[in-house]
Design a protein around this ligand. Structure first.
Ligand SMILES: [Zn+2]
Length: 526
């Protein structure tokens, strides 16, 4: 009777079917209050309605009683009404309607929408996804396609990893060597321990180097594109570790000033910035001043992870860092890192930013305004203690690192994420969730898509839909429509195929490019 007729991901908090139908044609007019024009345009771009369409039937109304980012969507014989209190909510109403229209029966340009009564709003305010453009570079077109699909799933934060050991990817006028040196490395493919040398450079041209960065205009273009999709872009500049590309360009930034090359390997390196020198702060502040100009949103990611090899240099080999440890009255180099991060965070606060830091970069001295980006597993007691002080973004590598193989991290595992497993019992401490796509082994559009899809659908439902409404079997059925969508977009998604062995055992295979096959026994009965 009330069973939903459409497959919507992420699942709305409440969706009842109504015994009614309504037809949409190119003559259907979309009417909006001025604040919701963006949502209306998103819809008319899809419907390709005539500019002088005459039938009034899809309306966007404002009602301040609807929760933030939430919407109601009602379809009956008279038409469609979407109601929201803010432009994001109106946009998500338009997204849901678009998904319904995509699934509606069409005849000679007339789509028949089936009656519905939906009330929907997100569980978390931060629903993000990260792409690492440093280990491999993807470019404007691929980023925009990813943003389109993030918007279709009501994800609203794009975390853009733009600075790492293997390349600096933003045009810099203040420090131009970051491009002429820091954006280049010798090889495209990063040398891994288990990869034979012959497979590293598949093409001769790659031996001549790999040089990429986004111009400021390209970045502004992407930020503006994302804004229309209600996605904030959050840049990440890794500090003080993962900075070989910065140090290769400006060797004076490292303890001892000896410098290094832009890394051509994966891993953790001892080339980290020297926090004992005042000139390091000057450099970082000038650089960040240039970068913040490009990104108009509140959050800024300052990295902070995997600086441990540098810590050894700070404590043992660098007179400047030894002096800084003494003068700041700290006991360990990890605490000196907190002094460094706090100072950078204070600087960015003066620019109106709130900083995000990976969890292994935090000590007890870390400023409470720093948001903990939780990725590497810690004792739940540590998480409980820290979550009393600061907000968390959760990206545990065992659930949301999309570069992991499907055999290690199958779709169902991502779907079954629950923050209580990590010691967080109070949702109000969680700003939100984020998937991460590190690109050491992801080299192009095809491998990127294989890693992200279909996991992004599971992730979106975890981030949007309340825990009590989640159900993997039901999700998996709804995914059928989105497989057709991905096929129509020629997305190289990982195919999950069932093969039956005996009566009870169902083994699923993730099949992808080049015949790669990833076996995993997903018990679909749960
Ligand atoms: Zn030093």
């Amino acid at each position: 009777m009330n069973t939903p007729k459409y497959s919507i991901i992420p699942k709305p908090q409440r969706y009842d079917s109504v015994d009614a139908s309504f037809t949409v044609t190119s003559e259907t007019r979309v009417l909006c209050v001025p604040e919701f024009v963006g949502a209306g345009k998103y819809l008319t771009d899809y419907l390709k309605t005539k500019p002088n369409a005459s039938k009034d039937s899809i309306k966007f109304n404002k009602d301040s009683s609807v929760v933030k980012e939430g919407y109601t969507l009602k379809i009956d014989d008279r038409g469609v009404v979407i109601t929201a209190s803010d432009s994001a909510g109106a946009f998500y109403g338009a997204v849901t309607l678009k998904i319904m229209l995509m699934q509606s029966k069409k005849d000679n340009g007339v789509a028949t929408l089936l009656g519905a009564d939906i009330y929907d709003y997100p569980r978390f305010s931060h629903r993000g996804g990260m792409i690492d453009d440093c280990r491999h570079f993807f470019g404007t077109e691929i980023i925009k396609q990813t943003l389109d699909n993030m918007a279709l799933l009501k994800l609203n934060k794009f975390h853009w990893h733009l600075s790492d050991d293997q390349g600096y990817r933003i045009e810099s006028e203040v420090y131009p060597l970051l491009n002429s040196i820091g954006s280049k490395r010798k090889f495209k493919h990063l040398q891994g321990k288990d990869l034979p040398l012959s497979k590293i450079c598949r093409h001769e041209s790659e031996e001549s180097g790999y040089c990429h960065y986004y111009t400021k205009d390209e970045i502004r273009d992407i930020v503006a594109y994302a804004e229309k999709l209600h996605i904030d872009v959050i840049p990440e500049i890794e500090l003080p570790g993962h900075t070989s590309s910065l140090i290769a360009s400006y060797p004076e930034l490292v303890c001892g000033g000896k410098g290094c090359e832009v890394e051509t390997k994966n891993g953790i390196f001892k080339n980290v910035l020297c926090p004992g020198k005042e000139s390091t702060y000057t450099f970082v502040e000038n650089l960040l001043s240039e970068v913040v100009e490009l990104f108009p949103y509140e959050y800024f990611h300052i990295g902070g992870d995997e600086a441990q090899l540098g810590h050894k240099v700070w404590a043992n080999d660098c007179p400047d860092c030894k002096k800084a440890i003494e003068e700041n009255g700290v006991k360990t180099p990890a605490e000196l890192q907190s002094v460094f991060m706090n100072r950078i965070s204070d600087f960015l606060k003066s620019k109106g930013k709130t900083c995000i830091c990976w969890n292994d970069g935090l000590t007890d001295l870390a400023d409470e305004s720093l948001i903990c980006h939780y990725w590497i597993l810690r004792n739940p007691l540590w998480v409980k203690k820290e979550s009393k002080k600061r907000k968390f973004i959760l990206s545990p590598s065992t659930y949301f690192y999309f570069d992991m193989s499907y055999s290690y991290m199958p779709l169902k595992k991502t779907y079954n994420f629950n923050e209580a497993k990590f010691g967080i019992t109070d949702d109000s401490k969680v700003l939100g969730l984020e998937f991460e796509t590190w690109s050491e082994w992801i080299t192009d559009k095809s491998t990127l898509e294989f890693s992200i899809y279909p996991r992004i659908f599971a992730f979106a439902e975890v981030a949007w839909t309340k825990e009590k409404y989640k159900n993997y079997k039901d999700f998996y059925k709804r995914l059928e429509f989105f497989k057709l969508y991905m096929k129509s977009k020629r997305i190289n998604y990982s195919r999950l195929e069932k093969k039956k062995f005996g009566v009870k055992n169902v083994t699923c295979y993730h099949l992808g490019i080049n015949g790669n096959e990833y076996k995993y026994n997903e018990n679909l009965k749960n």
